[in-house]
Design a protein around this ligand. Sequence first.
Ligand SMILES: *Cc1c(COP(=O)(O)O)cnc(C)c1O
Length: 411
Amino acid sequence: MARINDHYRKLAAGYLFPEIGRRVKAFAGAHPDAKIIRLGIGDVTLPLVPAVVDAMRRAVEEMGTAAGFRGYAPEQGYEFLLDAIREHDYASRGIAVERDAVFVSDGSKQDSGNIQEIFGHEVRIAVTDPVYPVYVDTNVMAGRTSAADERGYYGGILYLPASEANGFVPDPPAERADVAYLCFPNNPTGAVATREQLVRWVAWARDADAVLIYDAAYDAYIQDPAIPRSIYEVPGAESCAIEMRSYSKRAGFTGVRCAYTVIPKGVTGTTAAGDRVALQTLWARRQATKFNGVPYVIQRGAWATHSPAGKKQTAEQVAFYMENARRLRGGLTSAGFHVFGGVHAPYIWMRVPAGMTSWGFFDELLAKANVVGTPGAGFGPAGEGYLRLSAFNSRANVDEALERIRRGFGS
Ligand SMILES: *Cc1c(COP(=O)(O)O)cnc(C)c1O
């Protein structure tokens, strides 16, 4: 008898995006002439930049020669990519990262979902609310929680509300937690943490002997040089923080797949007997057992984003999306909406009209403007009352969506 992992049955029934897909499909079926604009799922829309395409093409050619062929990639990544990451993402900002600390992977979704495996069953995790669902769901699957209550909170997880009152950046908790997931710039709220706020988080983690898992998937969208792109810009983070970054949003790699996780040697956990163990060693063991590396061609593509041409071309893409975000913010504000985010992140977090739920507003936005957003409630109970719009689209679609929202909802 193949007993299933019963913890999977605790997961909230419909995953957010399939439910959105179902509603959009039903609407499109009933209104075949509607030209639907999708500002829902956070996926990039611009093609790969020439520097990346050239590097990948050359890598494919190499692989077709006896001298250039390569089989399994080194477990943690090719040195050319590890060193490009260390130099361009860290040393350039005054941060020393050792080569052993960098683990190239096929995605931050995987890494942020898998990292919980190296922690004990009994650790108490803390998440912001709303939150990227992967952090919560993977801990539910691993059995660290009880079933969700009627509001959607899983027992055993410490939820830290991100609200207008705290600018969507919660303070560290007074209650005990062992592992805290942070994501800045934030998906879904678009909020970004200041240096002072990150200093408080690092101080809390060191004090509580906790580990921070810092998801910086949107680091390239930060516009203000005073805002840290990396948690390691805060002194002390090298002894308590794991950082994840991805080429998905910074270089349009959502379909190419390349990311990395940094675990400095000084980040430790304890055994049952109270001995300290470097998490880097555990993650290296985990990856060596369950992962066979990112393809050479893909790593060459990621490497090319760090070249002068690659940097310039990918920065232009980010600037293009950020202009969309700027228009969304301005247009929605002048239509009378309260909007947040969109300044250091490609997401706009808008308050839904008074008296409406986020799913109710989702339906109305679809019906009146034929625009698809993402209901805030899908990211956690504190997301109720908000809707996320993504800046990943063409300029024409963004302008058209705004025009329709103005017509449908404008005051
Ligand atoms: C898009 C995104 C990622 C990136 O995931 P990949 O698997 O690298 O594509 C990671 N974290 C958050 C919060 C995201 O929104």
